[in-house]
Ligand binder design. Structure first.
Ligand code: HEC
Length: 116
């Protein structure tokens, strides 16, 4: 006769290991802050220092030739594309590579998306 597998023993043995792995993942996430979300409040400050003169904002119209982010111009693209455009610059648009970090730019874009 085949020995019956004791299911209760198997599952109760596995549960603490799962909890251990889950705990380790949560701890890693907390320490490394891997779940960073863009901060539009920080972005507002950066935008008013670096971008508002050309792209406009509440009560300020965009300079001729610059997309008005208050009217949502140019924003129908993913964050990654807008970040590259900001880093590299284009014609009268200055390049911000070396001036703003990727995190700075993503925060700024998060704020730009609240404008219209
Ligand atoms: C000196 C004026 C000026 C400043 C300052 C400026 N921009 Fe621009 N920006 C422009 C102009 C002009 C364009 C349009 C460029 C073109 O298409 O020829 C532009 C275009 C863009 C675009 C769209 C690029 C594309 O591919 O269509 C993004 C995104 C952008 N700017 C983001 C920013 C951000 C973010 C800041 C601040 C960190 C900023 N800009 C600061 C003038 C400026």
């Amino acid at each position: 006769m085949k020995p019956k597998m004791n299911l209760r023993e198997t599952t109760s043995g596995a549960r603490p290991r799962h909890l251990l792995v889950l705990g380790a993942l949560l701890l890693t996430g907390a320490i490394c802050n891997t779940s960073y979300a863009a901060d539009p409040n920080r972005g507002r400050q950066l935008y008013s220092i670096h971008c508002i003169t050309c792209h406009g904002g509440p009560g300020i119209t965009a300079a001729p030739g610059s997309p008005s982010f208050e009217r949502g111009q140019g924003l129908m693209r993913p964050d990654f594309i807008l970040m590259e455009a900001t880093r590299l610059g284009k014609n009268a648009m200055p390049a911000y590579q070396g001036v703003l970090s990727n995190r700075d730019i993503l925060d700024t874009i998060a704020y730009m998306r609240t404008l219209h």
